[in-house]
Write a protein that binds this ligand. Sequence first.
Ligand SMILES: NC(=O)c1ccc[n+]([C@@H]2O[C@H](COP(=O)([O-])OP(=O)(O)OC[C@H]3O[C@@H](n4cnc5c(N)ncnc54)[C@H](O)[C@@H]3O)[C@@H](O)[C@H]2O)c1
Length: 255
Amino acid sequence: MRIQDSIALVTGGASGLGEATVRNIVKNGGKAAILDLSEEKGTLLAEELGENAVFFKTNVTSEEDVQHAIDSAIAQFGSINTVVNCAGIAVAEKTVGRNQAHCFDNFKKVIEINLIGTFNVIRLAAAHMVKNQPNQEGERGVIINTASVAAFDGQIGQAAYSASKGGVVGMTLPIARDLAKSGIRVMTIAPGLIETPLFASLSEEAKAALETQVPFPSRLGRPSEYAQLTQSIIENVMLNGETIRLDGAIRMAPR
Ligand SMILES: NC(=O)c1ccc[n+]([C@@H]2O[C@H](COP(=O)([O-])OP(=O)(O)OC[C@H]3O[C@@H](n4cnc5c(N)ncnc54)[C@H](O)[C@@H]3O)[C@@H](O)[C@H]2O)c1
């Protein structure tokens, strides 16, 4: 699919990787609906980008919210053919910490947002995309999810986060197979360390220590590099059913 033909739902689109993706799609002539909990940031971004961007306050775990955002995006842009799932949260908690079991609700919350929320958006968006007119390649849509290198090398304290991201990796191929007949591709990006507001609270020393762990290039990734990969996935019709690490060859140590 050409990037200028992309009409995208971007969850978590008000910040970090999602924001960079929204900016890149609109800069290249596509359209983007920003689905995020953060009303202030989402509204500001949509206003800045003009008529090819729109914000809908959405909790990805809510069927009602997501359905409303999809219906409104279609009313505004005519259709949707791209989903980029970036909404997500991270928690750090050990299975047993200070003689207490991992908080059960914290575990469930991370799975609910990162895994179930991602699937909620995929299923509801795909139900519309199957009705699109196919392009010359027979393509009706593309779905891009965001996992993490923690899906493969989760660190101490990442049981919940790694489980949620491992779930996203695990469902990539079966959903690609489910939707193949409709010409809808499904890909997942597993980022390493990318400099987003998630890292804002880190000291310069802590940041430098992280950077030395990245073999090459030895620095944090840029959100624009994530957005660039989403563009490659949108444009390359052979990419389907796979997870791509975007990580400068980092393999996370236990801590
Ligand atoms: N930054 C990194 O190094 C990194 C590495 C690996 C994976 N990731 C993943 O990339 C994704 C984006 O991370 P980021 O660094 O841009 O973080 P971020 O905090 O800058 O952005 C996440 C956005 O998701 C939104 N959000 C959270 N819960 C939501 C919900 N229930 N419904 C709708 N929106 C919700 C937040 O409001 C926020 O705007 C996350 O899934 C994260 O786990 C990030």
